[in-house]
Design a protein around this ligand. Sequence first.
Ligand code: M6R
Length: 610
Amino acid sequence: MCGIVGAVAQRNVQGILLEGLKRLEYRGYDSAGMAIRADDGRLQRCRALGKVAALEDKLAAAPLAGHSGIAHTRWATHGRPSEANAHPHQSGERLAVVHNGIIENHEALRDELEAVGYSFASETDTEVVAHLLEREARQGDLLGAVQRVLARLDGAYALGVIHADEPDVVIGARKGSPLVVGVGIEEAFLASDPLALLRVTDRFIYLEEGDVVRLAAGGEITILDAAGTPVTREIQTFEHGDGAASKGEYRHFMLKEIHEQPTVIAAALEGRLGDRNVLVESFGPEAETLFAGVRQIHLVACGTSYHAGLVARYWLERYAGVPVQVEVASEYRYRRVVVPEGTLFVTLSQSGETADTLAALRFARDRDYLGSLAICNVPGSSLVRESDLTLMTRAGPEIGVASTKAFTTQLTALMLLTLALGRLRGQDPDEQAGLVEALRGLPGLVRRVLSLDPAIEALSTAFGEKHHALFLGRGAHFPIALEGALKLKEISYIHAEAYPAGELKHGPLALVDSEMPVISVAPNDELLDKLKSNLQEVRARGGELFVFADAEVGLAEEEGVHVLRLPHVHEALAPILYTLPLQLLSYHVAVLKGTDVDQPRNLAKSVTVE
Ligand code: M6R
């Protein structure tokens, strides 16, 4: 959801800002812009509608130069994508601001500013911040002006600000949207995601809620907390390396991330498995005590992460005997939730910055929960910082907007949670040992499934002209069908729905004809025979079937029935393995249709607004 970069450097900052925007483009990509303070004190600005490449072309024709600047890539919330609505927004010729998030009271502020003579050049909520800052900056320094303006803003934001009268200074602020400071050698940087800055530094300070930071020449970094008190925040070294920010040999980030799954699943397991059981300490030193009191779980997430939660419900109830309620965060946070004694609150999020999930966690903090656990991929994210316990999924940076490796590592982490709780709640030790053994073999099986890619690509050609698709699954594979449908719709724009196969005859069967491809996952589990009957119902109505089936399952290829065989896997881990062909199928269909695979229309990677 929008990306911010800022820099105060000894060199010209245009290249640093542009490189940062390219790396942040996955967060928003309808327009981009930058503002740089020239050494003669002028503010120069360049903005372009469309992708960062359009801005790059404009900058090539008319470069900017200076030692301090801010830049932004936008995902429209207030006001359509246009150059006028692109950031940075200026007030007059002296002040420029970039903003992520939403200013909820922008209408009242706009009325107030118009009444005293400010005129607006955009439809955005951000422009009120520019004018408020311009007015306040006339009363003193920029840092003080930012502090006074923040007190007037409702909503969520990360901000970057420069002023013509303050050479080599960038001010940043965060509340509800992530912002990090990059620590360079006598240089300092600002970004909404460390990935933006990996070319210039691997040392970061993760700002906390309410922090305001002043970056100045010589790498000077001053941080004030929400109360305005100077604070020192820990500098952390980014551990993933810079390779994550490039596509390498792959055509798209999504394909690269799909193929990283054997490695990242192994990373998610590393150091967390004993000989015959899961190490409960993986969840932190307090986990054992907290987990011992767990009587039920409320699991809250959005999108793909929500689907991971739905799978976990089957696992936690079956193997750990814990009742689980799973809910999308945007619904949960506005409900009058009943919290039975001994309930653990679990959030799942790739980014750790999803506004609804974060708000749900904050809502839960005021309820009678036993404690909170975040399963997350981004160390230092808000969700991680604000939860009692955390388990990092270790997927590494995920750039493709469509979540792939984040999902399978979440599932891996959720299986670890299942076994940790199972262990404390008397799960049969042999059953646990069998699952631990199966987990160790999982990266190898994932690799084998990925080797089926050419066959899946061949299947994808059947979808080129289709407008709809139906995904079916049973048990823990119903959420996998949901995830398969989400992947297909978000990157290929084919309308896709998912149903538990047993629901077919209660309505969706009416949609089935030769134009409706039906995709199903058929692992060798206790529901297989029932699933086979459901698939017969589809065939009988002329529906073309695409079935991903266990190698040992007797499902025959015949006219209208395409079967792709997957290696046999422990029943419990099948949802992880069966996700892969669905990811690859969506990917190849999207490539076939020529869509923008990594940056599908209307979406953004990290949804930091409600
Ligand atoms: O960062 P999170 O896991 O909290 O994000 C949640 C959803 O926005 C995300 O999973 C979204 O649904 C993806 N685009 C799915 O591919």
